[in-house]
Design a protein around this ligand. Structure first.
Ligand code: ADP
Ligand code: AMP
Length: 304
């Protein structure tokens, strides 16, 4: 006869993480596995089922079952949160749509955390000006593009190929991936502070309205949007020049064209929406880097 305590240990040893996800019909099967494995265990030992130990109450097994069920439930939730993100990204790639995970309150309070979105066309000079602002205003610079490229190159990333394809095409990477990368980076930065306070320049984000809504709902409210306005022909020249040394897969004529199209059709509506709310600080970016910075400083002084 197998003692309940032994049985509990055996079940935990036998159930693999994959088994806890779904059965062939895609339904959660952890508990059914437990039940069927329990049956197998008893069958193997020639038992029909657990018999109460003489002198002990048969109800003693319930605490163990409760622990197994509670443990299985938490484990399933943990694994599910990771697989949901991957599934959402895959679904989005094929359908262009994504179901946003639910989260109603922002992780970071705007009392403690200042977020400034930095937008502008590809090559408008966002990264260049962010470097100046970091130097002078104690901001942390988080570039959505840099975070995506780092994730793309991270060994073992489940999103590597997906990100690569989107970037080469100048397309918007599914927001679940981008928003999560930003939140992780913010969490890491803030964990190193004593008071949990911080200032972030979030560069190249939000590039689509759904990202803006999702980020402000679930991560942090933005203080304002710094928008670098630059004509396409100027940006194109800068990007082609940068492409001579950047090693980027999207700094070439074909990808640049697609990036401009994405910017006009998808990202400009974000700027327009924030503009209607009076949250856009617009800076003319078709000047020398020094002049662009001088205008930037002048325009943001009263706002940060
Ligand atoms: P973004 O981050 O908006 O894509 P970058 O800051 O990387 O743009 O700038 C794109 C390229 O243009 C870089 O090679 C950069 O050195 C150059 N650049 C940036 N700002 C200016 C400017 N005001 N005038 C000329 N070149 C610039
Ligand atoms: P950047 O480094 O800002 O020029 O961005 C390079 C590429 O990364 C873009 O063309 C997109 O494919 C991807 N990307 C950058 N930012 C975002 C974002 N906020 N949302 C989705 N994709 C992004």
């Amino acid at each position: 006869m197998i003692q309940p305590r032994l049985l509990t240990r055996r079940l935990f040893q036998q159930a693999s993480p994959l088994q806890s996800l779904s059965n062939h019909a895609g339904r959660p099967i952890r508990t059914s596995i437990l039940r069927s494995q329990a049956r197998r265990s008893y069958a193997a030992s020639g038992e029909k089922g657990p018999r109460p130990i003489p002198g002990q109450s048969p109800f003693k097994i319930w605490p163990f079952l409760a622990i197994i069920l509670a443990g299985s439930g938490s484990y399933m939730l943990l694994v599910k949160s990771r697989t949901d993100m991957a599934a959402a990204a895959q679904a989005s790639k094929s359908s262009g749509q994504i179901a946003a995970p639910k989260k109603d309150t922002p992780t970071f309070s705007s009392d403690k955390v200042t977020v400034v979105f930095v937008l502008g066309g590809p090559g408008a000079g966002k990264g260049t000006q962010c470097a100046n602002l970091v130097r002078d205003y104690n901001f942390t610079h988080l570039s959505a593009g840099d975070l995506l490229r780092a994730e793309q190159d991270r060994p073992g990333s489940e999103f590597g190929q997906l990100i690569k394809d989107y970037i080469k095409d100048g397309a918007i990477v599914p927001m679940e991936v981008t928003v999560q990368l930003l939140e992780n980076a913010m969490t890491e930065t803030l964990s190193k502070t004593k008071d949990g306070k911080g200032r972030f320049l979030i560069d190249g984000f939000p590039r689509k309205l759904d990202q803006a809504v999702k980020f402000e709902e679930s991560v942090c409210k933005a203080k304002f949007v710094l928008f670098y306005d630059c004509p396409e022909d100027v940006m194109e020249k800068r990007l082609l020049k940068r492409g001579e040394t950047s090693g980027r897969t999207d700094d070439n004529a074909e990808s640049i064209k697609k990036r401009f199209k994405t910017f006009v059709e998808t990202s400009m509506p974000v700027v327009d929406t924030y503009d209607k709310e009076g949250k856009v600080v617009k800076v003319v970016a078709n000047k020398s880097p020094e002049d662009v910075y001088a205008e930037t400083k002048k325009k943001i002084e009263g706002r940060i």
